[in-house]
Design a binder for this molecule. Structure first.
Ligand SMILES: C[S@@+](CC[C@H](N)C(=O)[O-])C[C@H]1O[C@@H](n2cnc3c(N)ncnc32)[C@H](O)[C@@H]1O
Length: 244
């Protein structure tokens, strides 16, 4: 049960419906999940089974996708909104969702118990992202990996202006500097910062043109090599490690 006043960045009931029905939501969540899985595979290649904490997991759609791409993972999701937790339905083996505030993680989440923690499209919803990442540091095992994605603020403002996105739930602007600073301030080592989701591809789902996430990330790699196109990515991903 939600016990305190609902934080400003917690999403409303319409989110479940949007994610179930709108191609642009499905494209973005699938691409975030795949970007996360790529980091997982490159950093934890030898793990027979690894545990992931997914912060701000909504109704678990993205978690399911992460688990499909990383079938040997166990994933615990934490989500503040009761109605999103309740919308999760029956989850596959190894997946569970609990209600809680990710800026003050529930006590049942043991310290140093996760190989990876994800915060996909979440930090911009928090008034205090540093509190959340301090929690990440606590629950990651030494050497464990944290992955966060955040929309690029400039594209986020444009999307809100043109009615493509509801802006009221984004409460903190997370640009490159803010992202890098906050992971370092929490005591994590920065591994990589990169941009992804080239705007020309990310816009296609709005036109009802389906784009597989694998293709989108492959296009990103090509566009990435052309330095002056750097500003055309709508999303950012940061990878950090808890010192061993
Ligand atoms: C944009 S959604 C991202 C969902 C999922 N991580 C994904 O990538 O598809 C952000 C989620 O974070 C949740 N959230 C916001 N503030 C939170 C908090 N303080 N504690 C837990 N969840 C929170 C929102 O309710 C929402 O479900």
């Amino acid at each position: 049960m939600e016990t305190q006043a609902r934080p400003k960045g917690v999403l409303d009931e319409t989110y479940v419906h949007d994610r179930a029905t709108k191609p642009e939501f499905q494209f973005r969540l699938a691409t975030r999940a795949r970007a996360f899985a790529q980091v997982a595979r490159s950093h934890l290649p030898d793990h027979s089974r690894f545990s992931i904490l997914d912060m701000g997991c909504a109704e678990g759609r993205t978690m399911r996708e992460m688990n499909r791409l990383l079938p040997r993972s166990t994933i615990t999701g934490v989500e503040y909104a009761d109605y999103l937790v309740e919308s999760a339905g029956e989850l596959p083996n190894g997946l569970r969702i609990m209600q809680g505030d990710i800026t003050a993680l529930p006590n049942c989440i043991a310290p140093e118990s996760y190989d990876m923690v994800s915060a996909l499209a979440v930090l911009e919803h928090l008034t205090d992202p540093l509190a959340a990442i301090r929690g990440v540091r606590k629950v990651l095992r030494p050497g464990g990996i944290f992955v966060a994605t955040c929309p690029s603020p400039v594209w986020d403002h444009l999307a809100v202006r043109f009615g493509l996105l509801k802006g009221e739930f984004h409460v903190t602007e997370m640009d490159k500097r803010a992202l890098v600073e906050v992971v370092k301030a929490a005591g994590l080592e920065l591994v990589e910062y990169r941009r992804f989701m080239w705007v020309a591809v990310a816009f296609l789902p709005y036109l009802r043109v389906p784009v597989p996430s694998l293709l989108a990330l492959r296009v990103d790699r090509v566009v990435e090599s052309v330095r002056f196109l750097d500003w055309m990515f709508v999303n950012q991903l940061v990878t950090a490690r808890k010192p061993a």
